[in-house]
Design a protein around this ligand. Structure first.
Ligand code: DON
Length: 309
């Protein structure tokens, strides 16, 4: 059945387009498709090149939020960023102006994510990136480098994010200066991961912060629960409601074509219990979600009844 679901999803790879607004990502081949599912006993399902590297992009927002909550405590973060979905595009600026006092609605949209990055530990942008990359490595067992080509191509063209960051600074939501915050945010978006790494992050979240294969705790249970709630309500932007209804599991997408999913309890063929899922297919839709990736997860959830509802 998993082979059939995979083959069906692959027929959608050309329905999406690479992220045109980030020059290096615009060159990605949309025909790529990889998926990895890992369960609490260390069993894997893999299709495609699950070791191939791609950039985190907005999946980094989940990791940054977890790191900030663990370092400062959840309330400190929520004093600066709310937990409300917007129904707006991920890089929308409108609510910073239209809704006093201009507090970012949630950490999954760019405004909230940029605010969270400004509170990460470290004296410089590169210190902040190193701190998060180390946290990530402890979960995945891999080393994670910034893809400098992707970083350079985005930092030179990130006009909307620069406008968002200046609004946030004007409203006193940034804890460090605009350019340093943007450098850290775009570098974190450009951190390279594999589909297998993404699945391991999902498995840690399925364990409510403890990695089921080692019982090592990476984040508190409360941080894990709030993170999964945000993924479910905000993780796919103005399609979050649609996918909560049709798929019903916590997910976070990135414009490079990655999707992170976490299942607290499920059974998929020989895999059972807590599950982490990573998918990669660079063809994204207008909202920024991988078309083939979402089709794979949708068929998986519907076939194996993975919805939390
Ligand atoms: O800030 C940006 O626009 C990108 N670096 C990340 C956006 C993104 O991944 C949106 N998620 N689908």
């Amino acid at each position: 059945m998993l082979e059939q679901i995979t083959n069906e999803a692959k027929t959608y790879t050309k329905e999406g387009k690479p992220a045109f607004y980030i020059p290096v990502l615009a060159l990605q081949s949309v025909e790529q498709f990889a998926a990895c599912i890992v369960d609490e006993n260390g069993n894997y399902f893999e299709v495609g090149n699950t070791d191939e590297l791609f950039t985190l992009q907005s999946i980094s927002k989940v990791i940054n939020f977890m790191v900030a909550c663990e370092y400062h405590g959840l309330q400190f973060v929520l004093d600066k960023v709310d937990v409300e979905p917007t129904g707006d595009p991920f890089n929308s600026i409108i609510r910073l102006e239209s809704t006093a006092p201009g507090k970012p609605f949630n950490p999954m949209i760019n405004a909230g994510a940029i605010t969270v990055v400004s509170m990460l530990p470290g004296k410089t942008a590169k210190d902040r990136v190193a701190y998060v990359a180390d946290f990530l490595s402890r979960i995945t067992g891999s080393t994670h480098q910034v893809n400098e080509a992707v970083y350079c191509s985005e930092i030179e063209t990130t006009h909307r994010n620069r406008a968002i960051a200046h609004y946030l600074k004007a409203n006193d939501y940034l804890l460090c200066d605009v350019e340093e915050t943007l450098e850290a945010y775009i570098r974190l978006c450009s951190l390279e991961v594999s589909t297998k790494d993404i699945a391991k992050i999902g498995l840690m979240l399925a364990g409510n912060g403890a990695y089921p294969l080692t019982d090592e705790e990476f984040i508190t249970r409360n941080t894990a629960k709030v993170t999964k709630a945000l993924m479910t309500t905000c993780g796919l932007y103005n399609a979050s409601g649609k996918y909560a209804a049709s798929i019903g599991i916590p997910m976070k997408s990135g414009v490079s074509g990655g999707v992170l999913c976490t299942v607290s309890k499920g059974r998929v063929e020989h895999l059972e219990g807590k599950l982490g899922i990573g998918v990669f297919s660079p063809g994204i839709d207008d909202i920024g979600n991988s078309v083939a990736g979402m089709k794979f997860i949708e068929r998986l959830s519907q076939t194996y009844d993975l919805s939390i509802f």
